[in-house]
Ligand binder design. Structure first.
Ligand code: ADP
Length: 319
């Protein structure tokens, strides 16, 4: 059993497996240039578009003191059912309750005429997914840097009785090169609306989420995702990647993945050992978060206290 897991494993746990998002086919109209709430207490200028989430678009906005923030714009029409509304507020409550240097800061939430606005700390360096697209794969030194941050953040979340359940490269934003875990509970909102079907690539879902719903699943699903993320960082693609979603599920069920053979594409033996330890089918047999960071892979070289931003484009020179 993971010694870091709090006793009450039911707290703040959404009930069913996180399904991949379904991108809406019709793009909602842009929010107004001046984003304000009904009372006029909040007033921001919309300055840019950051990205289209599976559920809501995200814009860059500026407050009266010229401070830039991210703003998720949820249309009222997507919150028609009481269930959807309740879920959105429950999920925001989880995010709002968390305060950690490696978690995207939740700032505020307010209602305008047509939308609900959720303001968040701005992560202007994109996500680890964007960074990976730029680089074929990461050096193990850099992967170590990210995995230490991610594992520490998971420990914090789990201590707060929160399971993220949707850890993936696209949800790991960057501030410079520090990880900021984002996207809390939006998956739970979408799944609770009951309108989503499986689409996209559920590469990071733990096997017990897919196949063991009777006994439920717990903190170890995030541990599984750390294993998938580590594999993806050092290999350059997720371990169970295929085009067909059902085939991905099958591969997860059979623990069917392998490492690329010839160097330099092949990760080091210690990193392979750690990935193999983490991607254990039985959640109870997965290593604790503490034993992950105590693994020999972290002793192979320094875990840098920082990484220069030039590492976005080329491997850092530590000589
Ligand atoms: P999804 O629903 O697909 O997980 P999100 O709704 O979290 O995605 O975000 C959609 C896009 O908006 C992201 O891919 C990213 O480009 C951008 N984004 C989200 N949150 C932030 C943020 N806090 N700072 C900067 N960009 C963000």
């Amino acid at each position: 059993r993971n010694p870091l897991a709090p006793a009450d494993t039911n707290a703040a746990v959404p009930p069913s497996p996180p399904l991949p998002r379904q991108n809406s086919k019709t793009t909602p109209p842009s929010p107004p240039n001046i984003i304000a709430d009904k009372s006029g207490r909040h007033k921001f200028q919309r300055v840019g578009f950051l990205g289209e989430g599976g559920f809501a678009p995200v814009y860059e906005i500026m407050d009266p003191a010229n401070k830039r923030l991210a703003c998720k714009v949820v249309t009222m029409s997507s919150l028609k059912t009481k269930k959807a509304k309740t879920k959105l507020y429950a999920d925001m409550k989880i995010h709002r309750s968390l305060s950690h240097p490696n978690i995207v800061g939740f700032i505020d939430c307010f209602e305008g005429d047509d939308n609900v606005y959720i303001t968040l700390e701005l992560c202007s360096s994109g996500s680890l997914m964007d960074l990976l697209r730029h680089r074929q794969r990461f050096t193990e030194l850099k992967a170590r840097f990210f995995v230490v941050q991610l594992t520490g953040t998971c420990q914090y979340m789990h201590n707060q009785s929160v399971i993220h359940r949707d850890l993936k490269l696209g949800n790991l934003f960057l501030d410079g090169l520090n990880i900021k875990v984002g996207d809390f509970g939006l998956a739970a909102l979408i799944e609770s609306a009951g309108e989503q079907t499986i689409c996209g690539t559920p590469n990071y879902i733990a096997p017990e989420v897919l196949f063991d719903t009777a006994s439920g699943h717990s903190f170890e699903v995030d541990t599984w995702s750390i294993g998938v993320i580590l594999y993806t960082l050092v290999v350059g693609r997720p371990p169970f990647q295929t085009k067909d979603v059902k085939a991905i599920y099958q591969k997860i069920r059979n623990n069917d993945y392998s490492f690329p053979a010839p160097p330099p594409a092949s990760p080091s033996v210690p990193s392979r050992n750690l990935i193999t330890d983490i991607l254990t089918q039985d959640p109870a047999q997965r290593p604790s978060l503490l034993s992950i960071v105590a693994h020999e892979w972290f002793l192979m070289g320094p875990v840098p206290a920082y990484i220069p931003t030039s590492a976005h484009d080329s491997p850092p020179d530590w000589s």
